[in-house]
Design a protein. Structure first.
Length: 233
């Protein structure tokens, strides 16, 4: 599996070999969704808090007598139906963190990366660190590449010049490959990956040799699919 490598002028100057276990698998949509929900939930602080009728101020005495006024009976002015009263079933501080097995998290990243390649939303670039460290130069670079609504620039390591150049551009974000997340991959339309970052991504998320061959379960599933296809035919 290969992908074109572009220079800063948008010209194809080379090709790069891609690891099929990272870029060529069938995207697992449910796992991607679960990983995204987990990341968003884990980012919540969980500090929202409301006061119940037992915590709000006031309401120590009965506002009027029980009978004889013609009004509905009331025991306190801090009941939920009163202005300034307590909140029923409101939020209170809690933890929203969710657990997810490591293999599922890795599968979600690989699925998202494979989906980007399948949708032709992956651009590998060469010589990104050589451009002039100015926003105008970086904007020109993006204009030379396939048009996209948003771009995620993936670097192998921190580069202050590139990060500052892209900081003022709308819908553009820079990130280093070791902290690539499912949210960033799905949020931005195009991945702009340097050659060095491509190697880091494959080092981190490629399957080891022992897991590249199909398991017994996968072989049985493939056989069942083939049998079902033959019956339909």
């Amino acid at each position: 599996m290969q992908v074109d490598v572009h220079n800063t002028q948008g010209e194809v100057v080379d090709t790069a070999e891609l690891d099929e276990t990272v870029w060529g698998i069938e995207p697992n949509i449910p796992v991607m969704h679960q990983a995204l929900v987990r990341q968003l939930a884990n980012a919540r602080l969980g500090t929202a808090d409301t006061k119940t009728r037992g915590e709000v101020r006031g309401g120590g005495r009965k506002p009027w007598r029980q009978k004889g006024t013609g009004r509905a009976r009331q025991g306190t002015i801090r009941a939920p139906q009163w202005k300034g009263g307590g909140v029923v079933f409101g939020p209170h501080p809690r933890k929203y963190t969710q657990a997810m097995p490591r293999q599922m998290r890795r599968l979600a990243i690989r699925s998202a990366l494979s989906a980007k390649l399948a949708d032709e939303r992956l651009t590998v670039i060469k010589g990104l660190s050589e451009i002039e460290p100015r926003t105008k130069a970086f904007k020109t670079l993006l204009q030379n590449l396939p048009e996209s609504r948003s771009v995620l620039v993936v670097l192998a390591e921190k580069n202050d010049a590139i990060e500052r150049s892209a900081a003022n551009l709308e819908n553009t974000k820079t990130i280093i490959a070791p902290v690539l997340s499912i949210r960033d991959v799905l949020k931005y339309e195009r991945l702009l990956v340097t050659e060095e970052a491509l190697a880091v991504i494959e080092t981190l998320w490629a399957l080891p040799e022992a897991k590249r061959s199909p398991s017994q379960w996968q072989l049985k599933r493939q056989a069942a699919k083939s049998a079902a296809a033959e019956e339909v035919a």
